[in-house]
Ligand binder design. Structure first.
Ligand SMILES: *Cc1c(COP(=O)(O)O)cnc(C)c1O
Length: 453
């Protein structure tokens, strides 16, 4: 019998959704979302709103005095974890020369690679959810009230209290780092369920902090499922569910409030005549979805957000394009989910984020690993910025926008074909600063070798 995927054969899927063939062939795709809606109608269907983003932001502000105390490197920023926004004109020029495509407007890099504590976008959502859980426990047991100075959480009595509780998470690496480091600092017992292909240095670092790391031969979804199952059996264990968590999502959204301030400081206007394009590396979707939700909540129709995924793991593209979201995986279609892009090696998109973000997103694209490596070397050479491969996935976004018929049609449809000088492009650089020097050197050399092919 023919291979059935849900209720259809593979041939029936491809007939109905022809782009699947390109995904199966591991071609780089640039997909425009024809179900995108005007912001006002999209947000009406959404269970979350601006007040949720502000609530999350206020919570991070309450915790700032504790963070400043617990992590000395954050004292200068008062315990607020934020990353720089930098213009990358040399990279933009190199991209234009290499691709032969003129990119209208300015190109900026949001350097989440430099976020304190864990060096990736996961420092937003992962740390946020741990803090929220700690706050709930401490308030419930009348050890803390919302108006206290949270610096008190660094006292031994709180560590003793939290040490009765456990936190568990399934992770390909970076989420485990963020949650492991934060939970261990507060005093929780923490277990990270990791896919076996996670980087050795991440496992070593976590074990060095006293985090319990369990490795799984199978991929990421299996690690999450097993973590969830073990946690369910234990009432003292709180499971952080990367495929379903509203709190994780909200932790990421706060980035947009901070980005708005940074753009204002750079005197960059965003409005209908000065649109903002944001390209976000996507794994399960919580990080990029949360950031995109925040950005759309602030700028509405003036913001255009795209997900970027590896050609070997285009789970969100597949999920949104077919409308089957997490009911299909890339493996169902014979796509192997093997990529060097840590954090993006996800075969099935988030149950929460796929359907929720579909009406807000402008599109999604897939990028091959070789291109990420080449761009990694180009970024190092032109801007002296060190990123991990995943963090480069959004870079081709602007080239796709101006260099493809799909992109030009999109601009026309949005009424933007004439004014490209006023565009701002933000490439979200999601990780890199924690990568050990020898690993980074190997990445760079691989990129240089691929450039010369
Ligand atoms: C996790 C991660 C992402 C994507 O975040 P998701 O929430 O999984 O979509 C992107 N880049 C890096 C470096 C990551 O670690």
């Amino acid at each position: 019998m023919e291979n059935m995927i849900l209720t259809m054969t593979e041939d029936e899927w491809v007939k109905k959704y022809p782009l699947i063939r390109s995904l199966q062939n591991l071609q780089e795709c640039f997909w425009i979302n024809d179900k995108k809606e005007p912001f006002d109608s999209a947000v009406k269907k959404c269970a979350l709103g601006m007040h949720d983003i502000e609530d999350a932001s206020d919570r991070l502000t309450r915790f700032a005095p504790y963070i400043a105390k617990a992590f000395a490197q954050t004292a200068a920023s008062g315990g607020i974890l934020e990353s720089p926004l930098r213009e990358i004109p040399h990279m933009k020029r190199a991209l234009e020369e290499r691709s032969g495509v003129a990119i209208g407007g300015r190109m900026l890099l949001k350097c989440d690679s430099e976020l304190p504590i864990s060096g990736s976008i996961k420092a937003r959502g992962g740390i946020y959810e741990v803090l929220k859980h700690a706050e709930e426990l401490a308030v419930e047991h009348k050890l803390l009230s919302y108006t206290d100075d949270y610096a008190c959480l660094a006292q031994p009595r709180f560590r003793d209290f939290f040490s009765q509780y456990k936190i568990a998470v399934g992770s390909t690496g970076n989420l485990g780092l963020s949650i492991g480091i934060m939970s261990a600092k507060l005093g929780f017992h923490v277990t990270v369920h990791m896919s076996a292909d996670a980087r050795q240095w991440k496992k070593d670092m976590l074990r060095g902090l006293g985090v319990h790391v369990i490795e799984y031969e199978n991929d990421y979804s299996k690690a999450v499922a097993e973590g969830r199952r073990q946690a369910e059996a234990d009432p003292y264990c709180y499971f952080i569910d990367d495929e379903n968590s509203k709190d994780l999502f909200l932790g990421y959204t706060v980035a947009a409030l901070r980005l708005k301030k940074q753009l204002e400081q750079m005197q960059i206007t965003v409005d209908q005549a000065h649109p903002l394009f944001v390209y976000l590396p996507c794994g399960v979707g919580g990080g990029p979805g949360g950031v995109a939700f925040g950005i759309k909540s602030i700028y509405g129709d003036a913001a255009h957000c795209f997900f970027a995924e590896p050609t070997h793991s285009p789970c969100m593209l597949l999920g949104m394009y077919t409308g089957y979201y997490d009911r299909v995986s890339v493996q169902d279609f014979g796509i192997d989910n093997r990529t060097a892009a840590d954090g993006l090696a996800v075969g099935r998109c988030s149950h929460l984020v796929g359907p929720m973000m579909h009406p807000f997103m402008s599109g999604a694209m897939s990028v091959c690993d070789e291109r990420m490596y080449r761009l990694l070397a180009m970024m190092a050479d032109t801007e002296q910025i060190r990123l991990e491969p995943s963090a480069l996935a959004g870079v081709p976004g602007a080239v796709n926008l101006f260099g493809t018929n799909a992109g030009m049609d999109y601009l026309k449809r949005e009424g933007l074909s004439a004014s490209a000088d006023h565009f701002t492009h933000i490439v979200w650089a999601t990780g890199g600063s924690m990568v050990p020097d020898d690993v980074m050197r190997a990445y760079y050399e691989k990129g240089k070798a691929l450039q010369s092919l």
